[in-house]
Write a protein that binds this ligand. Structure first.
Ligand SMILES: [Zn+2]
Length: 380
């Protein structure tokens, strides 16, 4: 048997494995938001409670043989189940074709894990309009850590590029989150009063990162945490004035007084991204240990959820910051097209930003550098 044949056999095996992961993903998407145990008990029909037998649980094939009906009560089974299995299988095969095991070794393995997590997160976001910390935050670690294991010629970021890409991506979405929410609140200040680390620290990182680079941003954010700890209460700095200062800081960078514009922009996003993710981890652990969620006692209109900041941190780590910009651009186009289509068809459903962001990132993962080269070609 030739090498070529072996390549396709491996891709096929990875595809079948993907379909099985898709079958498991169906369970996770349903059970995780409901707070149910993911592993036990086995699946059963939601209508009659009929226990799904192993032969009824073969991805896609069982659904076809059962003609989309429960074998016991004949209730129809949604096309969504085989669709997610196919989605997982196709994604796994495309990744295995782009990064063949024969050439790039185990480079594809963390990509498969992250892809599976992204599909699950997108569907939970689609169903419930939120992204669970128990998926997003571990995935940030996996996505950054994986960069240490990619083959150097795989066209993927190295560890430093992954960490910087992750921070910049989180910072950009955090800025959209803060500015967008400020506009939605008609410039009124946030009701959020998190102590010792919250949105104030993200805002401080934005302002000082823009003024003097990322070390300034991180340093002053840390200083404000210490001030909060000494004061034993959150010291508030009204958001509208903070973002006025942010614009001033960006303007100052044009004069190269402290740092230049490039260092200023990189500094503001890197510092704010790191503080946003660090704060997210703090509040996740806080919820695990105390059972109290960060946002339990306040509810206010937001332009974009903070879950998207964490999702962006995952995507920036696998893409690097350049391809991440391509992903963001694509995500806004996809989101706008879907949003307008839903409106035109008379729907009122809120479209979460997570699924378009993931879709944009997957296109950028495969074609990011081609899109960048094409765009740069247009400019020259
Ligand atoms: Zn049934």
């Amino acid at each position: 048997m030739t090498i070529i044949h072996n390549v396709y056999i491996i891709v096929l095996i990875i595809g079948i494995f993907g379909a099985l992961i898709g079958s498991f993903a169906n369970v996770v998407i349903y059970r995780l938001p409901a707070g149910k145990n993911i592993a036990f008990p086995g699946s059963s029909c939601p209508n009659c409670g009929h226990k799904i037998k192993p032969w009824e649980n073969i991805p896609v094939i069982s659904w076809l043989f059962l003609r989309a009906k429960c074998s016991s009560c004949k209730t129809s089974i949604s096309f969504r189940y085989p669709f997610i299995e196919i989605l997982m299988a196709v994604g796994f095969m495309l990744l295995a074709l782009r990064w063949p095991v024969e050439i790039y070794g185990f480079t594809v393995v963390p990509l498969l894990v992250i892809y599976a997590m992204l599909v699950i997160m997108s569907l939970i976001d689609f169903d419930h309009l939120y992204l669970p910390d128990s998926l997003t935050l571990p995935a940030i670690f996996i996505a950054i850590g994986a960069a240490a294991y990619y083959q150097p010629d795989a066209g993927l970021p190295n560890l430093a590029q992954a960490a910087i890409g992750s921070a910049i991506a989180a910072g950009i979405i955090a800025l959209i989150n803060r500015l967008g929410s400020l506009i939605v609140r008609r410039m009124a200040d946030t009701k959020e009063r998190l102590w010792p680390i919250g949105m104030d620290q993200v805002n401080i990182a934005f302002v000082f990162g823009a003024l003097g680079g990322w070390i300034w941003g991180l340093g002053f954010a840390l200083l404000s945490v210490i001030v909060n700890l000494i004061a034993r209460k959150p010291i508030r700095l009204a958001e509208k004035y903070m973002y006025l200062l942010w614009f001033v800081a960006i303007a100052i960078s044009a004069t190269n007084l402290i740092v230049g514009p490039v260092e200023s922009l990189a500094g503001t996003f890197i510092a704010a991204g790191i503080v946003a993710i660090a704060g997210s981890f703090y509040w996740w652990f806080h919820e695990i240990f105390t059972g109290i969620a960060e946002d339990e006692d306040f509810e206010e209109p937001v332009a974009m959820g903070f879950g998207d900041v964490k999702l962006a941190a995952i995507l920036g780590a696998i893409l690097g910051w350049q391809s991440m910009l391509v992903a963001l651009f694509l995500a806004f186009i996809i989101g706008a097209v879907v949003g307008v289509t839903v409106k035109l068809m008379g729907g009122s459903r809120i479209i979460p930003f997570g699924p378009p962001l993931v879709l944009g990132a997957l296109v950028a993962l495969f074609y990011g550098s081609q899109i960048i080269n094409w765009y740069l070609g247009l400019l020259t």
